[in-house]
Design a protein around this ligand. Structure first.
Ligand code: ADE
Length: 246
């Protein structure tokens, strides 16, 4: 049967999941390693896209053209934007938007030119499954990341949120920029650098897309340090939540 693709930008975001794919075969395309194997008996292609919207779009195209995947799931970390979206929480996207897309005044701000839309819907059924598995996993944060990390990152009662995820070719690392995004896009839950690009590519091919992101920082003046510590110490553990999603 046709595989599902699991994508993260960086190795630290997927390493624990890759370790659960014992039978994988490595196929090298476009300078990336595509790991073809199984998770829980389901055929899977796992790949690291590298960071940014172009890297995401190239990776999506290879997955769709060469591997014929039937859906793509993106995972990794994101910066929290909306109030109450805290470090250690999980965001499952219902829709995605490129916050650095702006061809105004020719097209409305955020609209993807000639596509007549700024928002791309994520697949609801896959999103439901991801959110359900994440809810279960987050009920036991100590089991997921260990007591030391729970204490260090204050992961007392991490939550699952669903809503708008925004993407752009910027690491948002000032309280000023974070505030501007919150004012312009008040329903945005979190910001990262790949999801909306991959959602657009999947839309073009008519293939379902979903994204699950763990909050590593609040996209504020402390984001650089918070992101670096979270990625180094706990991010990959969260990818294990995906192992049980199908
Ligand atoms: N991924 C994780 N944190 C981020 C941030 N603050 N900005 C952009 N992408 C991120």
């Amino acid at each position: 049967s046709t595989p599902i693709a699991i994508v993260a930008a960086m190795h630290e975001e997927l390493s624990a999941l890759l370790a659960r794919m014992p039978d994988e075969q490595r196929v090298r395309v476009a300078g990336r390693d595509f790991w073809v194997g199984h998770l829980q008996g389901q055929p899977v292609v796992a790949v690291l896209s590298r960071i940014g919207k172009v890297a995401a779009a190239v990776t999506a195209t290879v997955l769709l053209e060469r591997f014929g995947v039937r859906a793509i799931v993106f995972t990794g970390v994101a910066g929290g934007l909306a109030p109450g979206v805290n470090v250690g929480d999980v965001v499952v996207a219902t829709e995605l938007l490129q916050h650095d897309m702006d061809a105004s005044p020719i097209f409305p701000k955020y609209e993807v030119p000639l596509m007549g839309r700024s928002r791309f819907a994520a697949d609801a059924a896959i999103g439901d499954a991801l959110a359900a598995v994440a809810e279960g996993t987050l009920r036991d944060p100590v089991g997921l990341v260990g007591q030391k990390a729970v204490d260090e990152f204050h992961l007392r009662s991490p939550k699952v949120h669903r809503g708008l995820l925004i993407s752009g070719d910027r690491f948002v690392s000032t309280t000023a920029e974070c505030g501007a995004l919150q004012r312009s896009l008040p329903d945005a839950l979190a910001v990262e650098m790949e999801g909306a690009a991959m959602a657009q590519a999947c839309h073009d091919y008519g293939v379902p897309f979903a994204a699950l992101r763990t909050i590593s920082d609040r996209a504020d003046d402390a984001a650089h340090g918070d992101f670096t510590r979270f990625v180094a110490e706990v991010a990959s553990r969260y990818s294990l939540a995906l192992v049980d999603a199908w």
